[in-house]
Design a protein around this ligand. Structure first.
Ligand code: ATP
Ligand code: IP8
Length: 273
């Protein structure tokens, strides 16, 4: 059997948007296994309104499901963490549970969500995503499905395994499948000049120049975050904005922001090269 699949299905020229459902928006980070059900339902409703006019792939983060488990065993260090095999099972189980809740929320509003186990379709090298079977996602899209994958433990040619962020998976899929846009949904309005939670006077940056702005060391990852938080998000989008893909970061806790981003309106932070 070859991976390069099918000839059947719909031919579809609608633009493709990758939506990264941030763990900060759909779970309570800093807690354990705490889902924000209302936010998830609201975002699902907003996504539904645009499903006819564009193709979409959902990628979600770890939030209070994957991150605390990965952090407990230092799974981001790969085999040098000496973690028991049960820890690898635990982190996949945590992410699969979150994935199920998201798939249920999307299906509840009538969206044909289709879960994809990231580890089964991807490979890493030194902690970086090295390959992802984008042809599989294409095939799902051609059947009118809404693929839902996630940041995950991925088997790694150098480290044995590592943790790959949903941010990096979003960008890799966007580049390979020639997406027109990526929308990152988090729990704040976009990129600020400093962490808005720690500094209430922080200013929102409406247009962030990813190539010329220097990353601030204060933009630390939150408790339990093993993939580098907002700083990794900014680093990971550089290849996407350089390729002309529209990238926006919006607040999933404010109703209407996801819709605005899907309409192409000026909301949150636009990241440019
Ligand atoms: P996950 O990795 O679980 O999917 P996420 O993608 O939603 O999470 P985080 O990696 O947690 O997002 O990054 C968002 C968080 O980054 C916000 O909750 C915010 O408090 C924090 N943060 C720190 N510095 C900044 C900054 N300069 N601008 C915006 N947010 C910042
Ligand atoms: O939250 C990490 O993905 P992210 C997923 O998108 C795990 O960085 C397993 C912690």
């Amino acid at each position: 059997m070859r991976w390069n699949q099918r000839k059947e299905g719909l031919s579809d020229n609608r633009p493709l948007t990758i939506i990264k459902l941030g763990g900060s928006a759909i779970t309570v980070k800093g807690s354990y296994f705490a889902l924000r059900k209302d936010a998830l339902s609201g975002i699902s409703e907003e996504i539904k309104d645009f499903f006819n006019e564009r193709r979409m792939i959902i990628v979600h983060g770890g939030g209070s499901f994957g991150h605390p488990v990965a952090a407990l065993y230092s799974l981001q260090k790969g085999r040098s963490s000496n973690a028991p095999s049960m820890a690898l099972s635990d982190v996949e189980d945590a992410m699969a549970r979150l994935n199920r809740s998201i798939v249920e929320a999307l299906r509840a509003v009538g969206l044909p969500a289709f879960p994809v186990q990231t580890a089964a379709v991807s490979r890493a090298e030194e902690g970086q995503l090295q390959a992802i079977n984008s042809a599989f996602f294409s095939e799902l899209l051609s059947w009118g499905l809404l693929p839902v994958c996630y940041g995950s433990l991925v088997f790694d040619n150098a480290m044995g395994y590592s943790i790959v962020s949903g941010d990096n998976i979003s960008v890799a899929l966007a580049l390979q499948l020639k997406a027109s846009s990526i929308i990152f949904i988090s729990d704040v309005d976009g990129i600020y000049d400093r962490d808005p939670k720690a500094y209430p006077e922080a200013k929102l940056i409406r247009v962030y120049h990813a190539l010329s702005s220097s990353l601030n060391d204060d933009w630390v990852a939150g408790v339990h975050d093993v993939t580098g938080g907002i700083a990794n998000k900014i680093r990971s989008v550089v290849p996407a904005v350089s390729a002309g893909i529209e990238v926006r970061i919006v607040n999933g806790l404010k109703r209407g922001q996801v819709s605005s981003a899907l309409k192409g309106e000026d909301v949150g932070t636009k990241v440019v090269a």
